[in-house]
Design a protein around this ligand. Structure first.
Ligand code: DGJ
Length: 736
């Protein structure tokens, strides 16, 4: 078992691959944090505990509890008893007061990892086993028990955390804050890395030095959001891609979240992450329990790159599920940027006819096929075929596409309702809203109250009719607005603040039904581009649309940021038309292909209308994707260039786990006269092995030379230097 308990020091030790995490039941039954970092063999590290650090600290055996609690490294701090740092847990008790004081009661250590009720979470597999520690805490006056769950993966540097709160008393208690993790680090010498952005420029990497006080990111938009991704890394100031200590945190949740790093009076750092306490409250009746979602914590002793590769391995092996988990995804063509709402059966078939000849494997019919939807101002919720547009019906279209040897996929936005829809006219009360208050419109739509089972049942029955009516093999599940006026007609006043979380649980429940009932259907998540690119969604769909910005150059940044914690093989990425619809940039067709092959790959253009030359390039582009996709799906990803620091170039690699081959991709973003030649050091190869670039088998170089001296990228073009903007190149290195 990789989790042990030292009876004499009352210390728990969790060993992940190269990581140790330690906690202890300290004096007074406080659950204290001892250590998190590189692996150590010792089972008792209580000697490093600085119980005596507070400014007003009296003798060890007669502590001034408030001072003590305000400096003790805590595993799960409560509000109201003298720990003034960012708390994890707060309540409103039956008497209206907020104080809670959870103390250690007992523990269980088990093999494997229990599932989290109603919630996505990582899981153990035979190849990647783990053990779980459950620490039981109690607060007798409040009648509460809280179980803290810690799972340590044996072959990955991963510790996960979550919590379950149980009402063991006889009165209802309101939980007003229930975070999922807290780590009290013994230093403040950290930089914080976050992924921030907006629509069409999601997950830009930002790095700042921590300072005294609180700093963090959050979402109170009802989804994980374009603006802040539920990911934070804390790293040593000197840490870079390849060296230094890094701690990565990612929340397995798709709704409101908060992550805060606080530098305290003693120059230590508290980091907490969980459901955003803003506008959160949960009434827990006697006998009931509440589950807080999971936080994945990754430790790396070799820089940011290793942290990312650990996340990638965990998510590919222990989070993503279903038939496509380890399979190449069909190469699709999506009609959104080709036609927007203006399509017909004939038009779609003409796209499919052309696409099938070029080797494209699936046609995806995007928004606009249902109700009477000709623009974004109607019909969401009316999941029946718009016969006037799709003449001959859905089955006819799907059959025709199938006859061409192609699969067929379809778009839904199941959580939404348009005011102009039969559904809204029949059930206006099903929209999330507050009685007597004007409801804000966004993209001309409202959000359905997914806390209500009858609403989910209705939407699902409509979806099922469509899915059962034709041979549908892919769903794009979209979500295109953020929450406002959050209220439910089905919840009593003292439960209205539960709606944010109940909504997310409702979405998960419906996605769970869909994946169970239609296991062969490939699901791609999407939210106005990439506003729900989070691990919660990866549990239900092995791929997520990365961004509505399909421009190859903008995508360099977006995909670079996304790769911080999400595997490239999950990134929805397509070759689209030029000038690009989001930013007007014109890039070579080859570069668009090279950037998209990092992700799921597909096309988002009218293949009947693009230049002949581009169309002719598609079969070879597809072959290239097929050739390298196994490396992208199973290999180790290395970021080499960084568009955030140098706008002129980007480069990355995928290296086979056995180091037998590697794909190197380079994009010259802006050609500069004095930068015609550049040496780039490769990464991840076996230094002792010899490699050749596939097109030049006679030229062999050691992995050491390729990594420590590098390659000259100017020579890749066989011209005098690197000319032009937006040119790309891929090199395939094979072990000799
Ligand atoms: C937003 C998505 O990101 C797009 O790809 C497209 O599906 C539109 N929604 C359709 O409304």
């Amino acid at each position: 078992m990789n989790i042990t308990f030292n009876e004499s020091s009352r210390t728990f030790k969790l060993d992940a691959k190269d990581t140790t995490y330690m906690l202890m039941a300290a004096d007074g039954e406080y659950l204290a944090h001892v250590y998190y970092g590189r692996k150590i063999p010792d089972t008792d590290m209580t000697s490093i505990m600085r119980f005596d650090e507070s400014p007003f600290t009296p003798a060890t055996n007669n502590r001034d509890r408030a001072s003590y609690l305000d400096s003790l490294p805590m595993e799960y701090s409560c509000f109201g008893v003298g720990d003034y740092r960012e708390p994890c847990f707060k309540i409103r008790a039956a008497d209206g007061t907020s104080t809670c004081d959870l103390r250690y009661k007992g523990y269980k250590i088990t093999k494997g990892k229990p599932a989290l009720e109603g919630m996505p979470a990582t899981f153990a597999t035979e190849e990647s086993p783990c053990s779980t520690l459950e620490v039981i805490m109690e607060d007798k006056p409040a009648g509460l028990e809280v179980s803290l769950f810690y799972t340590a993966f044996e072959k990955l540097d991963v510790i996960t955390r979550s919590a379950i709160v149980r009402n063991v008393g006889d009165k209802a208690v309101y939980i007003t804050r229930v975070l999922s993790t807290c780590v009290d680090f013994d230093t403040h010498e950290f930089d914080m890395i976050t992924l921030n952005g907006s629509w069409a420029r999601e997950r830009a990497v930002e790095r700042c030095r921590l300072h005294h006080g609180k700093q963090g990111i959050d979402s109170c938009r009802g989804e994980s959001s374009h603006q802040n991704n539920p990911f934070v890394a804390l790293c040593e100031h000197k840490a870079d891609e390849d060296s230094g200590e890094v701690y990565g945190f990612n929340f397995v949740y798709s709704g409101n979240f908060a992550a805060t790093a606080e530098v305290t009076q003693h120059k230590k750092t508290r980091f907490v992450m969980g459901i955003n306490p803003l506008d959160f409250s949960w009434k827990l009746e006697p006998g009931e329990q509440f589950t807080a979602p999971e936080v994945v914590m990754v430790h790396s002793d070799c820089g940011i790159g290793k942290m990312s590769r650990t996340f990638h391995d965990l998510y590919r092996g222990n989070l993503i599920r279903g038939e496509y988990k380890d399979k190449r995804r069909p190469i699709l063509i999506n009609n959104w940027e080709a036609t927007y709402f203006d399509f017909s059966t004939e038009k779609l078939i003409s796209i499919a006819q052309q696409a099938s000849k070029l080797g494209i494997e699936m046609l995806v019919m995007d928004d606009g096929w249902f109700g009477h939807r000709d623009s974004d101002n109607s019909s969401l919720g009316d999941w029946f075929v718009y016969e006037k547009k799709l003449q001959g019906g859905l089955k006819h279209l799907v059959d025709e596409v199938n006859k061409l040897g192609m699969k067929f996929g379809i778009w839904f936005e199941p959580e939404m309702v348009s005011p102009d829809s039969e559904l809204y006219r029949a059930h206006p009360d099903w929209a999330i809203q507050i009685r007597g208050r004007e409801l804000t419109m966004s993209r001309e739509q409202y959000i359905l109250d997914y806390s209500r089972k009858e609403v989910r049942d209705y939407v699902y029955s409509m979806m099922r009719k469509i899915l059962d009516s034709a041979n549908i093999e892919y769903i794009k599940w979209d979500m295109n607005r953020q929450h406002t006026e959050v209220g439910s007609f089905a919840l009593p006043a003292d439960r209205q603040q539960e709606l944010w979380h109940r909504y997310v649980l409702g979405v998960y429940e419906l996605m769970g039904r869909l994946t169970t009932d239609y296991p062969h259907i490939l699901i791609e998540n999407c939210s106005g581009g990439g506003a729900r690119f989070d691990p919660g969604m990866l549990y239900f769909s092995p791929q997520i649309w990365c961004s509505d910005d399909t421009d190859a150059i903008e995508r360099l940044k977006i995909q670079h940021g996304t790769s911080m914690c999400y595997p490239c093989s999950a990134m929805g990425a397509h070759v689209s038309d030029c000038p690009n619809h989001s930013c007007g940039r014109v890039t070579p067709f080859a570069t668009r292909g090279d950037v998209a092959l990092v992700g799921t790959f597909g096309y988002e253009l009218d293949v009947t209308r693009i230049p002949e030359e581009d169309r002719n390039a598609i079969p070879a582009q597809i072959e290239k994707f097929k050739k390298f996709n196994p490396l992208v799906r199973t290999g180790d990803h290395y970021r080499i260039g960084n568009m955030f620091e140098d706008n002129s170039w980007d480069a990355w690699m995928f290296v086979a786990k056995d180091k037998s081959e590697a794909l190197f991709e380079f994009v010259q973003v802006i050609g500069r006269p004095n930068e015609r030649s550049r040496n780039i050091k490769l990464k991840g190869l076996d230094p002792d092995a010899y490699y050749y670039e596939e097109s030049k088998p006679e030229e062999k170089l050691s992995g050491a030379a390729l990594m420590y001296a590098g390659i000259n990228v100017a020579k890749m073009w066989n011209v005098d230097g690197l000319y032009g903007d937006y040119v790309s190149k891929t090199l395939h290195f094979v072990r000799a």
